[in-house]
Design a protein around this ligand. Structure first.
Ligand code: CTP
Ligand code: CA
Length: 230
C-alpha cells in the first residue's frame, strides 16, 4: 500500500546505502566502535526502495530488520565496508553514506586476548586512520563523470553549518546532510541541514524534528531531484 502511494522518484536507479557503526577489533574480545544506531541509514534504504530504486544496504554491526526488498551486506570493520562497497558501486547511480565509519583501527590486532601484565600500566595501543570511503567514492572516475551521485552525512557537536560546509568541500561530494544537534544517535527523530552548491535547505522545513522514516523519504526526494536526467 505504501509503495503504491509513493512517487517513484528513483525508478530504475541503483542506490547503495552505508549504515550503522563499524567495529574495529583490538583483540578477539575487544574493539573500538561508536554509538551509531543504524536507524537513519536503514530508513533511507527503505525510503529509496519505496521510491522504486534497486537498493544495496551495507550495514555495520546493528540489530535492525532488513527493509523489504533491500539487498543487505553485513560487515564489521571499515576495511570490510570498503571491500563490500567496491562491487556494489559498479553501476550504481547513487551512494548515500550514512554509516559512522570508525576513524581509526588498531595498528595491529592481537591474535589472543590481551592480558594485564601486572605493571599497572595500560597496553601500548596504537591506532591508524581508516580510509575515507565516501571521499574515495567521490573521487572515482564514475563520480567525476557524473554517473555516481555521492551523498555524505556529518555529525558535529558544534558549529554545524561551518563544519558541514567545510566537510562537503573536503570530501568533494555534491550533497552533504548535517545532523541537527549532537544527540541524534539512537533517537527515532531527527532534522537535517542539506548543503549543496546552491546553499542550505532545512529538512523538514523549519527543522521541527521528524521521524527518521519521514525524514528519509524527504531526503530521498531531495536526492532524486538533484540527479542528472537520463
Ligand atoms: N566517512 C567515510 N569513511 C570514513 C569516515 C567517514 O565514508 N573513514 C563518511 C561518513 O559515512 C559520512 C561522512 O564521511 O557520510 C562524514 O563522516 P564524519 O565522521 O562526519 O567525517 P570525517 O571526515 O570522519 O571527519 P571528523 O569525524 O573528523 O569530523
Ligand atoms: Ca569521523
Amino acid at each position: 500500500v505504501i509503495a503504491a502511494l509513493t512517487p517513484q522518484t528513483l525508478a530504475g536507479r541503483r542506490v547503495v546505502v552505508t549504515a550503522g557503526p563499524t567495529f574495529e577489533a583490538i583483540d578477539p574480545v575487544r574493539g573500538l566502535t561508536n554509538r551509531s544506531s543504524g536507524k537513519m541509514g536503514f530508513a533511507i534504504a527503505r525510503a529509496a526502495r519505496l521510491a522504486g530504486a534497486q537498493v544495496t544496504l551495507i550495514a555495520g554491526p546493528v540489530h535492525l530488520p532488513t527493509p523489504h526488498g533491500v539487498a543487505r551486506v553485513d560487515v564489521e570493520s571499515a576495511l570490510q565496508m570498503q571491500a563490500a562497497l567496491q562491487p556494489a558501486l559498479q553501476g550504481a547511480d547513487v551512494l548515500i553514506a550514512a554509516a559512522a565509519v570508525a576513524d581509526w583501527r588498531a595498528a595491529e590486532v592481537a591474535a589472543q586476548k590481551m592480558k594485564k601484565d601486572g605493571s599497572g600500566l595500560p597496553p601500548p595501543l596504537r591506532f591508524v586512520e581508516n580510509p575515507d570511503l565516501l571521499a574515495a567514492a567521490a573521487r572515482s572516475p564514475r563520480a567525476q563523470a557524473g554517473q555516481l551521485y555521492c551523498v555524505g552525512f556529518a555529525a558535529e557537536s558544534e558549529n554545524l553549518l561551518a563544519h558541514a560546509q567545510a566537510k562537503r568541500q573536503r570530501k568533494g561530494v555534491p550533497l552533504l546532510a548535517g545532523n541537527i544537534g549532537p544527540a541524534t544517535f539512537g533517537r527515532d527523530d531527527n532534522a537535517l541541514l542539506l548543503i549543496d552548491e546552491a546553499g542550505v535547505t532545512e529538512l523538514p522545513a523549519g527543522l521541527q524534528p521528524a521521524s527518521k522514516r519521514q525524514l528519509a523519504r524527504l531526503l530521498v526526494d531531495e536526492i532524486a531531484r538533484r540527479l542528472p536526467r537520463r
